[in-house]
Ligand binder design. Sequence first.
Ligand SMILES: [Ca+2]
Length: 170
Amino acid sequence: MNIKDIRIKEVFLAGMITVIISVCLWDFLMPSQKIYEAEDAQVVGAPVESQHSGYTGSGYVDFKRKSGEYVQWTVGVKQGGDYFLCFRYALGGKNDRPLRIIVNGEIMEEALNFPRTGDWSEWGRLVLEVYLEPGENAIRAVTSGNSGPNIDRLSVEPVKNRIFSFLGKV
Ligand SMILES: [Ca+2]
């Protein structure tokens, strides 16, 4: 083997390593969250409204009664595992309004606290980490004594891509 052959091998190897690193970085950096609008989900009791600006999609769910109203999303994932559920919401009332969060019929949070955002047009995010089964999952946010915030949408993202949650992109 002469020096020229060794050089070619080196260049080839360096090229392969660059490709592999690029693919891994791409996979790591590409956002993989899925967005589910609340107004497109199953909504029971609460009306869908669009009075306050800043929402995405065609509106948001406006909880009215203190208890018994809910929004339920059907979320499909290929792999079972830990996921971030990120609720985008607005709460201009005087008090925080916790919601009960139920995943596949099991209560994950009896009272997940949604802090005030200061105005009904100010949208905030609240993240909850849960385990999701492969296939379809039912995620329900229920009023349980405190009414609730206006819910704009739910974003779902694998925990392994947590950098995006820290960057506030979910
Ligand atoms: Ca929406």
